[in-house]
Design a protein around this ligand. Structure first.
Ligand SMILES: O=C(O)CCC(=O)C1=CC=C[C@@H](O)[C@@H]1C(=O)O
Ligand SMILES: [Mg+2]
Length: 374
């Protein structure tokens, strides 16, 4: 849609530090404290758009960090949009394209501009994006546990809360055996595994054993930057491969589809550089009949709100990782917090992201703040 243009008058970059309720373990790290960039973009009408970066302290998921975000935002992207009139948020990704990658930094501004644009045009962000859903289905991502009993306890609790998909983190030594035990106890739950690149093609025979476990998919079993070996693996296993780390753009989605590297794509707004690119991947995957879903990055409320909005697009047919705020936070930075009933989150109908940022929480969690004015 077209609509009222956005003229950027002021930008405030904050870094927030928040403690997760419980440590979250994957094949590559255990996270307890999260530092991230939060961007406030103010336009000439006094409207405010919010964007949250999903980059973390160390470049373990991808190459970006909080510090590289700060550099790219402060030295390149903020000066580039300050004072500019932006006709439509779709212009932003084009505008930033000379800068290679740094997708999470780019998405921080891009998502804030989308929020601002939707607010300026008095419509929910989901609607501005073209999303139609009024509610979304929600899954849960469960980190690697010390024991299978602990994992089973977690699943039991999350099952009671109504989650619609159970994503279980795996790594060598904590994979087929653990998932088999879970399947014995829960023969029917919608279950998938996420390996975060912990395997190689040498593990084909081992990974083939997953085919007996009726998994919805295995996420990113091989290298973070690979789509060739994944195509080899997908020919050998029946379990659908879902790509996460390897997909940075709609072009990556096209190449992966034509090579047969995956049957499903996990879209993370930050990883693909923003909502415009996420929409393009949605549209392409719809054309070729490939299901997509929204992955999580342990977001605070602003990122969570953007995830809810993107999930309303029509090819997001599988439940995502967007759990309620209480999954990770004792106190979130938005009001109201994201809540869920029976595995369903209601899509807000207020303008923009549909949640207010709680300034008291910003004070509490901010470890850095810098304003950029005209
Ligand atoms: O936000 C959530 O609940 C999902 C968390 C999650 O599974 C991930 C977050 C960040 C990096 C990875 O560990 C992982 C993923 O790869 O999807
Ligand atoms: Mg993943």
């Amino acid at each position: 849609m077209t609509g009222n243009a956005v003229k950027v008058k002021e930008v405030v970059l904050r870094k927030l530090q928040m403690r997760l309720k419980n440590p979250f373990a994957t094949s590559f790290e255990t996270m307890q404290d999260k530092t991230f960039c939060l961007l406030e973009v103010i336009d000439e009408n006094g409207n405010i758009g919010w964007g949250e970066s999903v980059a973390s302290d160390l470049p373990l998921y991808n190459e970006e960090t909080v510090k590289t975000n700060q550099h790219i935002l402060e030295d390149l992207l903020i000066p580039d949009i300050l004072g500019q009139t932006i006709g439509h948020p779709d212009e932003i990704s084009e505008r930033f394209s000379p800068i290679r990658r740094n997708n999470m930094a780019k998405a921080t501004i891009e998502t804030a501009i989308w929020d601002l644009f939707a607010k300026n045009n008095r419509m929910p962000l989901s609607q501005a994006l073209g999303g139609k859903k009024k509610e979304i289905q929600v899954g849960i991502s469960i980190g690697i546990q010390d024991t299978t009993k602990a994992l089973l306890n977690q699943i039991e609790g999350f099952l009671t809360q109504g989650f619609r998909k159970f994503k279980i983190k795996i790594k060598p030594g904590k994979d087929v055996g653990v998932l088999r035990e879970v399947r014995e106890v829960y023969p029917d739950i919608p279950m998938m595994a996420d390996a975060n690149s912990a395997y190689t093609l040498k593990d084909i025979d081992h990974l083939k054993q997953l085919d007996d476990l009726n998994l919805m998919m295995i996420e990113q079993p091989l290298d973070h930057d690979d789509i060739v070996d994944h195509a080899v693996l997908q020919k050998e296993i029946r379990t659908p491969i879902c790509l996460d780390e390897s997909i940075h753009s709609v072009k990556d989605a096209m190449r992966s589809h034509s090579l047969g590297s995956c049957k499903i794509i996990n879209i993370k707004i930050g990883r693909v550089g923003g909502l415009t690119e996420a929409k393009k991947i949605n549209d392409y995957c719809k054309q070729v009949g490939m299901p997509v879903w929204c992955g999580g990055m342990q977001e605070a409320g602003v990122g969570r709100a953007h995830n809810i909005a993107v999930t309303t697009l029509d090819q997001f047919t599988l439940p995502g990782d967007t759990a309620p705020s209480s999954r990770y936070w004792d106190e979130d930075i938005i009001e109201p917090e994201v809540t869920m009933t029976g595995g369903i989150i209601q899509v807000p109908d207020k303008p923009g992201i549909g949640f207010e940022v709680n300034r008291e929480m910003l004070e509490k969690f901010a470890v850095y703040e810098k304003a950029f004015k005209l």
